[in-house]
Design a protein around this ligand. Structure first.
Ligand code: FES
Length: 134
């Protein structure tokens, strides 16, 4: 009997590899937004820089700026995204900022030309429909 602790809806998902899409498609853009059904605070950016993928929380840990719209710079081999709102830097690999802030980052793997991100909730390239709260 197969054992599975995952379920499609609800907020009690465990961290697991989430299939995002084809690497050949996702690598065409420098950043793709991946939406979480848990809400905007859980959305994730998938960056593709210099042939490598990086996943990071999409809302800046300073004041929620959209990191997907940030500029990417290579400072002596250290890849950083700069938040478009107040220009804070975040290391794409570690999530650390020179300001002392820490942005959450997630593992990414490529398997059979598909990109997977390790995350607690499903991630989708299209926004999830709004969930009614009653
Ligand atoms: S919101 Fe990102 S640096 Fe202020």
């Amino acid at each position: 009997m197969a054992s599975s602790s995952g379920n499609e809806d609800g907020n009690t998902e465990s961290v697991s590899w989430r299939l995002i899409g084809q690497a050949s498609e996702l690598s065409k853009k420098q950043c793709c937004m991946m939406y979480s059904p848990l809400g905007h605070d859980f959305d994730v950016c998938l960056f593709h820089v210099k042939g490598e993928f990086f996943a990071m929380d999409a809302r800046c840990s300073h004041s929620g700026g959209p990191l997907c719209d940030g500029d990417i710079e290579d400072a002596n081999g250290v890849l950083q995204v700069f938040c478009p709102w107040h220009d804070y830097d975040f290391n794409l690999r570690t999530g650390k900022s020179g300001t002392g802030l820490q942005q959450e980052v997630y593992e990414v793997k490529i398997q059979d030309n598909c990109v997977y991100v390790k995350h607690a909730s499903p991630l989708c390239l299209k926004p999830f429909p709004a969930v009614k709260k009653s």
